[in-house]
Design a binder for this molecule. Sequence first.
Ligand SMILES: [Zn+2]
Length: 63
Amino acid sequence: MPIFEFQCKKCKTIFEELIFSSADEKKTVCPKCGSKKSEKLMSVFAGSKSGCSSCASTSCSTS
Ligand SMILES: [Zn+2]
């Protein structure tokens, strides 16, 4: 499921939305204040939290 995290630019609330297309991205509404101005946070899947891609160590400085 393509779930992305968004952060409201107005009240800084972080919420999750199901995104199937870039049009859905523009329709995200903050559940707290109703603002449509939010930014997409880095997906945990695409992030670098797993560490170095070659040695898998989080302390490796090559990546
Ligand atoms: Zn908000």
